[in-house]
Design a binder for this molecule. Structure first.
Ligand code: NDP
Length: 249
């Protein structure tokens, strides 16, 4: 049975660019009440403007929540702030993520910690903050954007791929735990998507790469990816693979 997203309250992390921005637009088009979360308030406000100028009318203006998912201690109070906006949260899309590209031999251990903090612990902490209420309401949907590299590792992605494997294992285990609680758990495994992720990806020493990926044109359009993500939520698909190539994230 396909569930309507109209009026649903959805908290999307990493909504200031790329896949998260497109996911926010797709939920908004479907009438959802979107809460845009990430670190950069100015970019979240830009996305809010973009959404409000879309052709499809939505009576609920997007809300903006400044949230750093790597700051685990602050996540519970930030989630409380999100709950106060509409009085509930129906869907969480754990999309915020950081890419790293370097060989193990040249890498600083801090890169592994930083990638894990955002891509894995951020997902765990945010899920823990919404789960008790979802369980007592007997409904809710938790989504995580992993990667094809959450199932298959390639060279120069050890930190990133390990973090995405961790997310997949976490989501698989969670899905089994809440199977009888009315809560849905969806893990998305995109192939290469045309976003800014290469630009901000971490080098071996933890600096931003600062250049566009030369293969970017081979990637999926983030809006197509977002459309499929919304459908996966509407249809409660547990795992969605979006394979195009293994050239990047
Ligand atoms: P972008 O770099 O365009 O977007 C990343 C988003 O994450 C930004 O909105 C950024 O916002 C946010 N973010 C980063 N760190 C934090 C943090 N500490 N707290 C909160 N938000 C944060 O990349 P994509 O759109 O490509 O990536 C989105 C997700 O999709 C990631 O999880 C990525 O691993 C995954 N993915 C991407 C693929 C690709 O080819 N592009 C393929 C497979 C998976 P801000 O800077 O404002 O905080």
């Amino acid at each position: 049975r396909r569930v309507s997203l109209n009026g649903k309250v959805v908290l999307i992390t990493g909504a200031s660019s790329g896949i998260g921005e497109s996911v926010a637009a797709e939920f908004y088009r479907r009438g959802a009440r979107v809460i845009l979360a990430s670190r950069r308030e100015s970019e979240l406000n830009r996305v809010k403007e973009v959404l409000m100028n879309l052709e499809q009318p939505n009576v609920y203006p997007p809300a903006v929540l400044v949230l750093d998912v790597s700051n685990l201690d602050l996540i519970p109070s930030k989630v409380e702030e999100a709950y106060r906006i509409h009085g509930r949260i129906d869907i969480v899309v754990n999309n915020a993520g950081v890419l790293s590209r370097a060989e193990v031999i040249e890498s600083n251990i801090s890169v592994y910690q930083d990638v894990m903090q955002v891509n894995y612990f951020g997902v765990v902490a945010l899920t823990m903050a919404v789960l008790p209420r979802m369980i007592s309401n007997k409904k809710g949907h938790i989504v995580a954007i992993s990667s094809v590299q959450g199932r298959m590792a390639i060279p120069r992605r050890s930190a990133y791929s390990a973090s995405k494997h961790a997310v997949v294992a976490f989501m698989d285990s969670l899905r089994a735990e809440v199977a009888d609680s009315g809560i849905h758990v969806t893990c998305i495994h995109p192939g290469y998507v045309k976003t800014n992720i290469a630009h901000v990806s971490l080098t071996a020493q933890g600096n931003a790469y600062g250049q566009e990926d030369p293969n970017i044109e081979q990637g999926y359009d983030p809006l197509d990816v977002a459309n499929e993500i919304c459908e996966a939520v509407e249809c409660n698909i547990p795992d969605l693979f979006q394979l195009v190539s293994d050239s990047s994230a």
